[in-house]
Ligand binder design. Structure first.
Ligand SMILES: *Cc1c(COP(=O)(O)O)cnc(C)c1O
Length: 400
């Protein structure tokens, strides 16, 4: 099969491994395959590569390298943060989070509920924002940890993490933030923002899947989630994924170097795509606040059309996009994020997320803008409920 040109607009699901990252990884798949815990040089020398990588990922978030531990993925980091907060505060049985978190948090909370914990999921406004007054009021004396994502993976909406951290600290409660989507797209400085825990994932940053990071603020007590050997200074067992760590370090360095590109060129591509679709396709609207929002993400509702049908047609012309989080694709339920924002199930089922990245070009955007209006027109013509009254198109979502 001849390789087909793809137009990749699903960077919030995963990203292409950067060629620079592949180059950095290769020696650790060929010559340097030892075990870092070994006494002899052939293995032990690998700790230098690990520590160099640790410095680079720490630099991406303004942390001290001793405050970051490598994990197997963003999901593990999220689970580990909540687990540690609860295990180190056995008298506290309550977790406060939001209704729009990633399944790595929400499904772990479901598990916690079965184990006797109480979980409060804060609602969001129709533009995806949080009511901080409500957040503050919802912190209880028995709240062990508050977990709020830095930026939402489906809409790109950015939460005011600095203010949330301040509220948590004024109440003496631990604060975790899932910053998987924020890294490389918005400035993260743990020193000035002050979370106790922060999660990242390498594969959202042009490194391979299967490596994550958990920041644990200095002096915050930590109870390991993966228990085994003394790796990661006793905070995570398991023989180190040296090649993954090296990859993550290289990707973190690239992300810092490309931060400007993300916030100028990629943002302009996203705005041109979004503006073009909203202008050329009738009965569409942007979902979620316009700002503050990640520079790469656009979620658009196409009223009267099923997202899955749009995605199939886009796939025919090589366009990769998504109808929400990859982790929930396959279920027919509308996205929990869009539902929490008050979209009707019908409208939520017609939303497409475009997430751009470093490798997108103007030609990619032109390609979508060329094909999408015709695709939607064709699908609407074949849809049984073809006449959605235009008045409905702005009912549930606040436009800014
Ligand atoms: C992708 C993602 C995760 C999960 O990271 P994995 O490394 O795939 O486990 C967690 N949170 C958010 C917001 C994500 O986008």
């Amino acid at each position: 099969m001849a390789p087909r040109q793809i137009y990749y607009f699903d960077n919030n699901a995963t990203t292409r491994v950067a060629p620079e990252v592949v180059t950095a990884m290769l020696p650790f798949l060929t010559e340097h395959w030892g075990n870092p815990s070994s006494a002899y040089h052939f293995g032990h020398d690998l700790t230098k590569a690990i520590e160099a990588a640790r410095e680079k990922v720490a630099a991406l978030i303004g942390a001290d390298p001793r405050e970051v531990l490598f994990t197997s993925c963003g999901t593990e980091s999220d689970n580990a943060a909540l687990h540690s907060a609860l295990a180190t505060h056995p008298q506290k049985k309550h977790v406060l989070t939001t209704a729009v978190e990633h399944s790595a948090i929400l499904n772990f909370c479901e598990f916690l509920k079965k184990r006797g914990y109480e979980v409060t999921c804060l609602p969001v406004e129709s533009d995806g924002s949080l009511d901080l007054h409500l957040l503050e009021k919802s912190i209880r004396p028995d709240t062990a940890v508050v977990s709020v994502m830095w930026a939402n993976n489906e809409t790109g909406v950015v939460f005011p993490i600095e203010e949330i951290a301040a509220i948590c600290h004024s109440k003496g409660v631990l604060f975790h933030t899932d910053a998987v989507q924020a890294a490389g797209k918005t400035t993260i400085d743990v020193r000035s923002v002050g979370p106790d825990f922060l999660s990242l994932s390498a594969h959202k940053l042009h490194a391979p899947k299967g490596v994550g990071l958990l920041y644990v603020k200095r002096r915050t007590r930590f109870q390991p989630f993966v228990i085994g050997g003394h790796q990661e200074r006793g905070r995570r067992g398991g023989t180190e994924n040296v090649v993954g760590m090296v990859a993550f370090g290289c990707a973190a360095e690239l992300a810092l170097a490309r931060f400007e590109d993300e916030n100028t060129r990629v943002r302009a591509l996203r705005d041109r795509l979004e503006g073009g679709v909203l202008k050329t396709v009738p009965q569409t609207l942007r979902v979620g606040a316009k700002e503050p929002r990640l520079p790469n993400t656009s979620n658009i509702a196409f009223d009267g059309v099923e997202a899955e049908a749009i995605l199939l047609q886009l796939d025919q012309v090589g366009v990769c996009a998504s109808s929400g989080s990859a982790c929930t694709t396959g279920s027919l339920d509308p996205s929990h994020v869009l539902t929490a924002m008050g979209l009707s199930p019908g409208r939520a089922r017609g939303c497409i997320r475009f997430s751009l990245g470093y490798y997108n070009t103007d030609a990619d955007v032109d390609h979508v803008l060329k094909h999408l209006p015709g695709i939607i027109e064709k699908l609407r013509a074949h849809s049984p409920e073809r006449s959605v009254p235009p008045g409905n198109a702005t009912a549930a979502v606040t436009l800014h």
